[in-house]
Design a protein around this ligand. Structure first.
Ligand code: GYE
Length: 305
């Protein structure tokens, strides 16, 4: 008798919130673990997660973002490939009252009120940790080649700047070359092959790779040149994924700086507060450690990704 057509039965469905998640792509092992972390957490908490894969193209991400706004999702989680170009899209979400959580990589916008919060690793600090290991390991004397991440992405920008800031304080340390390998294994291998030809292996003491996948590619290039990775040419990279630990156990990679991809739980903790109208901190960082080859066989046993 006009009491709302069984609203009790449908309450579970109408309570289910829809979250749009825009990912960068699947460029690395780190990224795959990151996607799983967000998807698993959404499922655990009973959200309807719509997944948009950017496939490495910023324009795909912008399109997916606009479409989530048109669909009026309850919130958007955005892992932006590049830092710039987000003002217009974020303004649309704000005008529609859709909160945006920026995940993993940062955006470069003039107005911080365009997004609700940011969750990610301190990629600037990771470059410092890598450089400090280089100083310690080489005694302050080495020719370094750098494999950069995706141009315009916040981790590539930060890991380059911060690493250089420490290296520049040591006159014996020189970054003799620095090229992008797009955070991908195949590109890391190609760039390393080119660098070995260009400079000669005898003039390269150490490789600094912005992620593990590129270091793993570089290791292949060094081996195919008939040289011993980690012995003839030292290598350090960032992420600390399982394959990198395996390379350390095999004696082919000297050191990794962690970048924790398991960001789903913290992201959803914050998102729930935001959706409940609470104020949250604007900048939320996960903590990272440094792992060396000598302890890799022990450390690998407790790795979660
Ligand atoms: O280091 C790399 C991934 O944005 C911090 O992206 C992330 C980086 C990570 O593809 O492996």
């Amino acid at each position: 008798s006009g009491c709302g057509g069984g609203s009790d039965d449908s309450s579970a469905d109408s309570d289910t919130l829809t979250i749009g998640f825009i990912q960068t792509g699947a460029e690395s092992d780190w990224r795959k673990a990151h996607t799983v972390s967000v998807k698993e957490e959404a499922e655990k908490r009973g959200y309807n997660l719509k997944f948009a894969d950017g496939q490495g193209k910023p324009e795909n991400q912008i399109k997916a973002f606009s479409s989530f706004v048109v669909q009026r999702v309850d919130a958007i989680i955005l892992a932006p490939i590049v830092e710039t170009g987000w003002e217009t899209a974020l303004r649309k979400a704000k005008a529609a009252g859709i909160p945006v959580l920026i995940l993993d990589r940062t955006v470069d916008v003039s107005d911080d009120s365009l997004f609700a919060t940011y969750v990610g690793a301190d990629t600037y600090q990771e470059g410092i940790q890598a450089a400090e290991w280089v100083v310690k390991e080489t005694g302050g004397k080495a020719n370094i080649v750098e494999l950069q991440g995706t141009p315009g992405s916040s981790p590539a920008i930060n890991r380059l700047k911060s690493f250089k800031s420490v290296i520049d304080q040591h006159p014996g340390l020189k970054i003799i070359d620095s090229q992008s390998g797009d955070f991908r294994r195949a590109n890391g291998k190609q760039v390393m092959e080119a660098m070995l030809k260009k400079h000669g292996p005898e003039n390269i003491d150490l490789v600094y790779a912005h992620n593990d996948d590129m270091a793993l590619g570089a290791i292949q290039a060094i081996e195919e040149a008939g040289l011993k990775p980690a012995v003839y040419i030292k290598l350090i990279s960032i992420d600390a994924v399982r394959a990198a630990f395996e390379a350390m156990v095999d004696g082919k990679l000297n050191c990794v700086v962690e970048c924790n991809p398991l960001q789903g739980p913290l992201a959803f903790d914050l998102l729930e507060k935001i959706l409940a109208g609470e104020t949250v901190a604007k900048d939320n960082r996960v903590k990272d450690e440094v792992f060396e080859m000598a302890h890799a066989a022990e450390d690998i046993k407790t790795r979660a990704y």
